[in-house]
Ligand binder design. Structure first.
Ligand code: ADP
Ligand code: MG
Ligand code: MG
Length: 252
C-alpha cells in the first residue's frame, strides 16, 4: 500500500511577463489501487498539476509538498521520480526522432528497474501489450511519436504504462482526440493495469466520457488552480448534466 500525497501545492509557471501563479493550494491524496478523476474546465491548471508532480522544469513550486510514502517527491530529479514509481502520460506527448518505440521502452524499463529486462520475456511482454492495444508489430520500429496520429500517441502512452508498471500513473487527457473504438481500447489498457497491479491512477479529463469505461472511486472538480468540490462517481454524472458553469460563476 502506497500513498501519493499532495498538500497545499502552489505552483507558478515561467512566462515572458514573469512568474504567473497557476496552482493555488491543491490538496489531494491517492492510495494504491484507487482511481481519482480530476475534471475541470480548460485552463484550470490540470496539466500544470500533472507536470509539477512529474518535475517539469518550467513549473516552479512556490509552496506545499508532494510526498510518495512520506518521501519528498519534489526534492527528486525527474529520473528519481520515475524510479520511485511515478508515471505521467502527457496530454501532448513529445517526439523523440531517431529513437524507436522498441528502444525507448527497453531503455525506460532498464532505467526504472535498475537492470535490463530478460530479453525473451521482455519481447513477449511487449508483443502481448501491443496486441492488447491493437498496435501493429511494425509500430515498434517507428520513432517515438514522430508522425503518430492522436490515437497512436495515446496508445503508446498506455503501452508504456502497461510495461513499466508504475505505482502511480497520472493520465493527462488520455481520452482527448480518441474515437469510440480507440477510447475503449485505451481504457481497457488502463483497466488491465488496475486489475493486475496496485497502481493508483490520477485520471485528468475534461469530459465524463472516459469515466464510463474507467470507473473512478473519487471525483475532484478542479477550478482556478484548486479543488473546488469532491465526491464519488455521482459527481461526474452531475457534471455531465450541468457542465462547469456552476463552478465558474462561484469562482468569480
Ligand atoms: P488545463 O490543463 O487545465 O487546461 P493548464 O495547466 O494547461 O490548464 O494551464 C493553466 C493556466 O496556466 C492557463 O491559463 C495557461 O495558459 C497557463 N499556462 C500553463 N503553462 C504555461 C506556460 N508554459 N506559459 C504560459 N502560461 C502557461
Ligand atoms: Mg491540460
Ligand atoms: Mg487494483
Amino acid at each position: 500500500m502506497s500513498t501519493l500525497e499532495i498538500r497545499d501545492l502552489h505552483v507558478s509557471v515561467e512566462t515572458k511577463e514573469g512568474a504567473k501563479p497557476i496552482l493555488r493550494g491543491v490538496d489531494l491524496t491517492i492510495g494504491s489501487g484507487e482511481t481519482h478523476a480530476i475534471m475541470g474546465p480548460n485552463g484550470s491548471g490540470k496539466s500544470t498539476l500533472a507536470y509539477s508532480i512529474a518535475g517539469h522544469p518550467k513549473y516552479t513550486i512556490t509552496g506545499g509538498t508532494v510526498t510518495l510514502d512520506g518521501e519528498d517527491l519534489l526534492a527528486m530529479s525527474v529520473d528519481e521520480r520515475a524510479r520511485a514509481g511515478l508515471f505521467l502520460a502527457m496530454q501532448y506527448p513529445v517526439e523523440v526522432p531517431g529513437v524507436s518505440v522498441s528502444n525507448f521502452l527497453r531503455t525506460a524499463k532498464t532505467a526504472i528497474d535498475g537492470e535490463a529486462p530478460a530479453l525473451r520475456s521482455w519481447v513477449k511482454d511487449v508483443r502481448g501489450a501491443m496486441d492488447n492495444l491493437r498496435m501493429d508489430a511494425a509500430f515498434a520500429e517507428r520513432s517515438v511519436n514522430e508522425g503518430f496520429s492522436g490515437g497512436e500517441k495515446k496508445r503508446h502512452e498506455i503501452l508504456q504504462m502497461e510495461l513499466l508498471k508504475p505505482r502511480f500513473a497520472i493520465l493527462d487527457e488520455t481520452d482527448s482526440g480518441l474515437d469510440v473504438d480507440a477510447l475503449r481500447i485505451v481504457s481497457e489498457g488502463v483497466n488491465r493495469a488496475k486489475a493486475t497491479t496496485e497502481v493508483g491512477v490520477l485520471l485528468i479529463t475534461h469530459y465524463t466520457r472516459i469515466l464510463k469505461y474507467i470507473q473512478p472511486d473519487f471525483v475532484h472538480v478542479f477550478v482556478d488552480g484548486r479543488v473546488a468540490e469532491e465526491g464519488g462517481p455521482e459527481l461526474a454524472e452531475r457534471l455531465e448534466n450541468e457542465g462547469y458553469d456552476r463552478f465558474l460563476t462561484a469562482a468569480v
